[in-house]
Design a protein around this ligand. Structure first.
Ligand SMILES: Cc1cc2nc3c(=O)[nH]c(=O)nc-3n(C[C@H](O)[C@H](O)[C@H](O)COP(=O)(O)O)c2cc1C
Length: 222
C-alpha cells in the first residue's frame, strides 16, 4: 500500500480488539516516531497496554471500545504547535495505516493519564491518537465539494485539484473541513477557518494536499 492508497483506505476507527501491537509493527512505529520527533522537534510518545485513557465517560460517549494503545501528541507550547501536530501526526497515521494499524484522532474524548507521559517544562499534551487493530475499517466521511474549500476551482491547475481532493480525504475535528486552499502560480495558501482544533485540521490537510499535489509542483506561501 502506498501513501495515496493509505489515504483512501484510512477512516477513523473507534472499536478495537484490544490486542497488543505486533512486536515488529511496534518496532517500525517506534522508528517512525523517532524520526518524526527528530524532524519536527515534537515529543510524540507511544503508549501501549494502557486501557484507562479511552475507558472513561468521555471515551464511552465517543463510542471507543478496546483502545489500549495510543499516541500522545506532545510538543512545546507556541503558535505553530497545533499545525505541526496535525502535519506530523497525519504522517504517522498514514504510516500506521500502511503497517496495518487503524487509528482515530481524539481531541476531546479521552482522559489524560499524566503518570504514563513525560511532559517537560514548556510542553503540553494537545491530543491523542487511538491506534490498534480495528474491529472494522471505519467508513468514508461525508465531504464538502472541492469548490467549497478552494478558490477558483474551475480555473485551477490539475496538481492543485489533486491536492484539494486529497485534502478532502483528511480527518478533521467533527468532520468540519473548515480549511480553504488557493493558489497563485505555483504558490499555495491555506487558511484554517474557525472552529475546534482548526489549526490541527489545517496541518493534517496540508500533509494530504502535499501528497496529492506532489511537493515538487508548488511551494507554500510564507
Ligand atoms: C483534530 C481532530 C480531533 C478529533 N477529535 C475527536 C474526538 O475527540 N472524538 C472522536 O470520536 N473523534 C475525533 N476526531 C475524529 C473525527 O470525528 C473524524 O476524523 C471525522 O469525523 C472524519 O471522519 P474520518 O476520520 O473517518 O475521515 C477528531 C479528528 C481530528 C482531526
Amino acid at each position: 500500500m502506498d501513501l495515496m492508497e493509505a489515504m483512501e483506505a484510512r477512516h477513523s476507527v473507534r472499536q478495537y480488539d484490544g490486542r497488543p501491537l505486533d512486536p515488529l509493527v511496534e518496532q517500525a512505529l517506534r522508528k517512525m516516531i523517532e524520526k518524526v520527533n527528530f524532524d519536527s522537534g515534537l515529543h510524540i510518545q507511544l503508549v501501549t497496554d494502557e486501557p484507562k485513557a479511552f475507558d472513561g465517560v468521555l471515551a464511552r460517549y465517543g463510542n471507543f471500545v478496546g483502545v489500549t494503545n495510543y499516541l500522545a501528541m506532545i510538543g512545546k507550547k507556541g503558535p505553530k504547535l497545533d499545525e505541526c501536530i496535525g502535519y506530523y501526526g497525519e504522517m504517522l497515521v498514514l504510516g500506521m495505516q500502511r503497517l496495518g494499524l487503524n487509528s482515530c484522532w481524539a481531541g476531546l474524548t479521552f482522559t489524560r493519564q499524566p503518570e504514563v507521559l513525560q511532559i517537560e517544562r514548556g510542553e503540553k499534551l494537545s491530543l491523542a491518537i487511538a491506534i490498534g487493530y480495528g474491529l472494522n475499517q471505519g467508513k468514508p466521511h461525508l465531504s464538502k465539494t472541492p469548490d467549497q474549500v478552494s478558490e477558483n476551482w474551475q480555473q485551477s491547475p490539475d496538481w492543485f485539484k489533486d491536492g484539494v481532493r486529497a485534502a478532502l480525504l483528511a480527518p478533521t475535528a467533527v468532520n468540519q473541513q473548515k480549511f480553504r486552499f488557493s493558489c497563485e502560480g505555483n504558490v499555495v495558501t491555506v487558511k484554517p477557518g474557525s472552529g475546534f482544533f482548526s489549526k490541527v485540521d489545517m496541518g493534517i490537510a496540508k500533509y494530504h494536499f502535499q501528497l496529492g499535489a506532489g511537493k515538487d509542483n508548488f511551494t507554500w506561501a510564507k
